[in-house]
Ligand binder design. Structure first.
Ligand SMILES: O=C(O)CCC(=O)C(=O)O
Length: 276
């Protein structure tokens, strides 16, 4: 018996490779979380950047809590079963009226993971609309692998500026209000356009996988055990921070985010882009 998703949502995810929106929390509760991010950015004097954007559950206690939110994890359990790791949590921020975009891509090809069960959850902290550059997905694209061109375009937020040629394929925009999330399979082709709105577009992606998953690009990698049991131990479990910038978790973040960088930059040109 599924815990959160309906049979038709599960069927849509399996057949089409995505579904949205799922209500995770009310808008007002999400605006409290957005404020926590922006208070931090105000104190450091600039938006979060570089390695502050990846494995962020190790830096911010409130993100570790969000990653373990029962509605989210129940929904993921409905899709991949009860023993669940979260491999990465990453901010995707497009400042108001800026040209940054995300080229059409499939994640699986760059993450070194050995199966296609990983579920990507993208949760909105601010309105994600057609105007602000919400994510779009190509239905049923998770059933094959596409060739990517590595453009290194400066406005493409991806490490290599990778792009799939989508030609006339059908694509579906996934607008979300703060507190709502979309779910897509690690092989689903997705991308997003620039933010032409007057507000920042702030999203957090969280990548959940079954505990039997292996990392093929690195001998050492980490993930958070968010539910169930891990009898495989292919990933070192991330510590749970007791507060934002807990020294033990921050030290772990250094190694975890350096490793992530090595994985996503495997065979790529080095750029100063974030590790996404
Ligand atoms: O934030 C976006 O527009 C794209 C995010 C993305 O590519 C991902 O979550 O895998």
């Amino acid at each position: 018996m599924p815990k959160v998703l309906s049979e038709s949502e599960i069927k849509q995810y399996i057949e089409e490779g995505y579904f949205y929106p799922v209500e995770i929390m009310p808008i007002d509760d999400m605006s409290v979380l957005r404020r926590q991010l922006e208070v931090f950015e105000g104190k450091q004097g600039h938006p979060i950047e570089g390695q502050q954007r990846a494995k962020v559950h190790l830096l911010f206690k409130w993100i570790d809590d969000l990653m373990r939110h029962p509605i989210l994890v129940d929904a993921v359990e409905d899709l991949i079963g009860p023993d669940i790791l979260c491999w990465n949590t990453a901010f995707w921020i497009k400042e108001a009226q800026t040209p940054s975009y995300v080229g059409w891509h499939q994640d699986l090809q760059y993450w070194g993971l050995d199966n296609d069960e990983l579920v990507s959850v993208w949760i909105a902290l601010s309105p994600a609309t057609a105007e602000s550059g919400c994510m779009s997905v190509m239905p049923r694209s998770h059933k094959k692998l596409f060739a990517h061109t590595e453009t290194y375009h400066e406005d493409n937020m991806l490490t290599r500026g990778q792009e799939i040629e989508i030609n006339n394929a059908t694509t579906i925009a996934m607008p979300l209000q703060p507190g709502q999330a979309s779910f897509h399979n690690v092989k689903s082709a997705h991308g997003s356009g620039p933010n032409n709105s007057k507000d920042r577009r702030i999203g957090l992606s969280m990548h959940y996988m079954p505990t039997h998953t292996r990392q093929l690009f690195s001998k050492w990698d980490s993930a958070a055990l968010v539910r169930g049991e891990d009898t495989h131990n292919h990933f070192v479990h991330t510590p749970i921070p007791v507060r934002d910038f807990d020294p033990e978790a921050v030290a772990f973040h250094q190694r975890a985010s350096d490793t992530l960088r090595e994985i996503v930059y495997k065979d790529a040109q080095q750029t100063n882009k974030p590790t996404l």
